[in-house]
Design a protein around this ligand. Structure first.
Ligand code: N7H
Length: 485
């Protein structure tokens, strides 16, 4: 089927299993499926002239936004393009738009969107997420994210830098003087064989929740209520405002990654623990750099398994009660413990998020490699979508990743109890001021047998938050009618 046929045939509204049809032409395209992106520019802005901004919305901006319907059609267009052996990226661009609490107040004064963390804003919440702070004052955030003047963000994504820049120029032209750019940064997919891998070298974007009414689930992929991610469907909190239907909360976090330091740490620790560096890295993440999960490939990497979507999520940890395959503290087990909490995942499902981030910053230079020290910032522009920031993103970061006791009630095969430790990738320990040292249990594998007790000491952070903002990403008709009324 070609992209054109999909465009003509794709229903804008889908229905599956009795659930209300998803209004795909109302939902912005990054939320459920993700804008197609090799480059993505985040343009954070302040609204200077509310009437002028609303006029720009009605006069052209809303019409340029990329819907979920369009993203689906482009998936087919890109498959066609790749199947024809084309290697040049298509110059497609996608545009999405979200607003912070202050932006919403300018456009719809007095609105309460019902999420206390959205209302407080990301900067106010960051200390409780464990971001480095002195008595609540954030010490690693860029000043632009602390100035309190970000009202919204344009996400401009595409296949080439020039296509993205061209779209940003169009958007800024339509805005005229009604908004001023407060921060602007471009992320990009990493080059060559690292395409799809984040800066520590691990394949990203492998495990996403399935959406009822939209996804044909792969083995091991849970099919969840759309309302966990978009308002107006089963599973969503009751929206205080009717115009929140088909909208979603977006969390943006600018997360620096100390890549040369992380690489050297893995080398040093694997030497002192007498283990293989590739395996040690995999035990921190729960997947090999290729993406193969330790749950299915506990002893050695398996590139075929890694690249097969029918296999690479087909596990639930129920056959690994003693962390012989995957440590309880590994990043993917901490952030999605699957059957560890309850049979059928019922305790985990309400915490899931849809992740749509992109790396930023240059590749590690030879000088950085030699010095084992970061000289140029790089990391992940982390983006995730949910219908409750409090119960989803923040719950996972605070109660799971940062909590050394989580996953609770676990035991070693010898029956002794386990403290899994911090998530070694994103866990933040701000409980002892400047001493942010963290631990993770069982960096050394006991697969298939063995009873060696080991602990990984992590004196430094490898992921350092440097900014963030919480947004509401409204439906297209909310932008056309309610917010611009
Ligand atoms: Fe994580 N990493 O390279 O280690 N993440 N993450 N993440 N993450 C995942 O499944 C990474 C961050 C989740 O269902 C993979 O797509 C890095 C935050 C969740 O199996 C890899 C950073 C939060 C999953 C990484 C970072 C999460 C997940 C495996 C920051 C939420 C799915 C590939 C710089 C609070 C788990 C994949 C599942 C997967 C990495 C951030 C959450 C490789 C480097 C802030 C829910």
């Amino acid at each position: 089927m070609t992209a054109e046929t999909i465009l003509q045939e794709a229903p804008n509204e889908l229905n599956q299993g009795g659930a209300p049809a998803l209004e795909l032409s109302e939902i912005q395209g990054d939320v459920l499926l993700g804008l197609q992106k090799l480059y993505e520019r985040f343009v954070f802005f302040e609204i200077a002239d509310v009437a002028g901004f609303k006029k720009a919305l009605r006069k052209g901006l809303v019409g340029r936004l990329t819907t979920t319907t369009k993203v689906r059609a482009r998936e087919v267009q890109l498959q066609d393009h790749n199947a024809q052996g084309q290697t040049e990226p298509l110059p497609l661009v996608g545009l999405n738009l979200g607003f912070t609490q202050s932006g919403i107040q300018k456009l719809a004064p007095g609105s309460d969107l019902g999420d206390p963390s959205f209302k407080a804003g990301a900067a106010a919440q960051a200390a409780s997420l464990g971001d480095p702070n002195v008595a609540g004052t954030l010490t690693t955030w860029r000043p632009e994210f602390l100035a309190g003047n970000i009202d919204g963000v344009f996400l401009v994504a595409g296949g080439t830098q020039s296509a993205v820049d061209g779209e940003v120029a169009q958007v800024l032209g339509l805005l005229g003087g009604s908004a001023s750019v407060r921060y602007d940064e471009t992320g990009s997919v990493r080059p060559g064989s690292q395409k799809g891998h984040e800066h520590f070298g691990f394949q990203d974007g492998l495990s996403q929740p399935g959406i009822s009414g939209l996804t044909t689930p792969a083995p091991g992929q849970r099919l969840l209520d759309a309302g966990l991610f978009v308002f107006g469907y089963p599973g969503a909190p009751a929206p205080p405002a009717p115009w929140m239907k088909n909208g979603s909360f977006m969390v943006f976090r600018r997360l620096n990654q100390q890549v040369p330091e992380f690489a050297q740490f893995i080398v040093d620790q694997s030497t002192s623990l007498r283990t293989d560096p590739g395996l040690l890295g995999a035990r921190l993440v729960g997947r090999w750099q290729s993406g193969a999960p330790l749950a299915l490939a506990p002893a050695q990497d398996d590139a075929l398994l890694a690249s097969d979507p029918q296999q690479n999520n087909n596990f639930d940890f129920s056959d690994d009660p003693g962390q012989r395959r995957c440590p309880f503290g590994a990043h993917i087990r901490k952030t999605n413990p699957r059957e560890d909490l309850s049979p059928q995942n019922t305790a985990v499902d309400p915490r899931r998020i849809i992740r749509q981030g992109i790396p930023f910053g240059p590749e590690v230079s030879a000088a950085e490699d030699a010095a084992h020290a970061t000289q140029q910032e790089r990391g992940l522009m982390f983006v995730c979508y949910q219908s409750s920031i409090v119960n989803q993103f923040e719950f996972v970061q605070i109660n799971w990743a940062n909590n050394p006791g989580f996953i609770f009630g676990k035991h070693h095969p010898d029956g002794s109890s386990v403290t899994p430790g911090h998530d070694p990738i994103i866990g933040q320990n701000s409980t002892a001021g400047e001493n942010r040292a963290r631990l993770m249990d069982e960096p050394l594998t006991n697969f298939p047998t063995g009873d060696v007790r080991s602990t990984l000491q992590m004196p430094q952070d490898f992921v350092i938050p440097t900014g963030g903002a919480y947004f509401f990403v409204p439906s297209l008709s909310a932008l056309e009618i309610d917010l611009s009324a």
